[in-house]
Ligand binder design. Structure first.
Ligand SMILES: Nc1ncnc2c1ncn2[C@@H]1O[C@H](C[S@+](CC[C@H]([NH3+])C(=O)[O-])CC(=O)[O-])[C@@H](O)[C@H]1O
Ligand SMILES: O=C(O)C(=O)Cc1ccccc1
Length: 241
């Protein structure tokens, strides 16, 4: 696994964070050291796939990056005649995702699309995963995307929505952000790496409160929603149709 050193040296003109070839190369190390609970969530996605994926249906992983969620689903699903569709609009991610999946044999068909998740069709879905992807979609497009997901899900279908959150109370918000930074420091990132990445993410990763997510899910029609996991300002929700 290639170590993430992207923000280790001082960068004079720090641009917006993008999922370019350099990020795609170090991504497994980056996400593991940056997102508290990431491995637990990937494991739980597999467990949820065992329970929710039904025969003759589709499973979508939207913003699949290098395919960690897809692999967990593919290893755990028991339903027959399913198709897994992974979508990511970063060409370098998609390339590595395809290579990664090809390294493990499976009879379950997987299609990886290099596309914008706002453009693709979602149909006959028993499970849709947005694992830390919605936070990169412009806030004004989030409701429309969730509406499309709701409409593409079959009855009893599940949406897994993992996100970094913000918190209404400023003291709590600052505490959880600070604990996340402590987590990153404990995982070997320097103060400079933490602060440069934070700046690079400012314009591209706009986070909502848990309440905003819940309200939006309810607005598109999900009546059953719950936060099933949280560690500091990161967490994962489920919504069942
Ligand atoms: N509009 C878009 N259309 C398609 N893809 C997009 C879009 N915007 C961003 N992405 C893609 O969403 C992914 C977000 S990472 C997901 C981790 C993965 N789910 C994992 O479980 O390992 C989360 C993170 O890095 O914090 C990147 O691969 C982007 O290219
Ligand atoms: O690293 C961070 O500070 C994050 O918020 C998580 C993250 C992980 C990988 C890419 C972008 C953001």
């Amino acid at each position: 696994m290639t170590k993430d050193t992207i923000f280790s040296a001082p960068i004079e003109k720090l641009g917006d964070f993008t999922f370019d070839a350099a990020v795609a190369e170090v991504f497994p190390d980056m996400i593991q050291r940056s997102v508290p609970g990431y491995s637990n969530i990937i494991t739980a996605i597999g467990m949820l796939a065992t329970r929710f994926v039904t025969d003759n249906s589709n499973v979508y992983d939207l913003g699949c990056s290098r395919g960690a969620g897809i692999l967990s689903i593919r290893r755990n699903v028991q339903a027959q005649n399913i198709t897994i569709i992974g979508v990511d609009n970063s060409e370098p991610m998609v390339e590595r995702c395809r290579q990664h999946l090809a390294a493990y044999h499976s009879d379950i068909p997987v299609t990886i699309l290099c596309d914008d998740i706002r453009q693709i069709e979602i149909k006959n879905a028993s499970m849709v995963v947005l694992n830390f992807t919605l936070q990169f979609i412009p806030p004004e497009d989030r409701l429309v995307l969730l509406r499309k997901i709701y409409q593409g899900l079959n009855p009893n279908g599940i949406l897994v929505l993992s996100e970094k959150f913000t918190f209404e109370d400023e003291t709590i918000n600052e505490l959880l952000i600070d604990l996340h930074h402590t987590f990153k420091r404990a995982n070997g990132y320097s103060e400079l790496e933490v602060s440069q990445k934070r700046t690079a993410l400012e314009n591209v990763m706009r986070t909502d409160t848990i309440e905003t997510h819940k309200n939006r899910l309810q607005q598109v029609g999900f009546s059953k929603t719950e936060l099933w996991f949280q560690c500091f300002n990161f967490g994962s929700m489920i919504a069942v149709k």
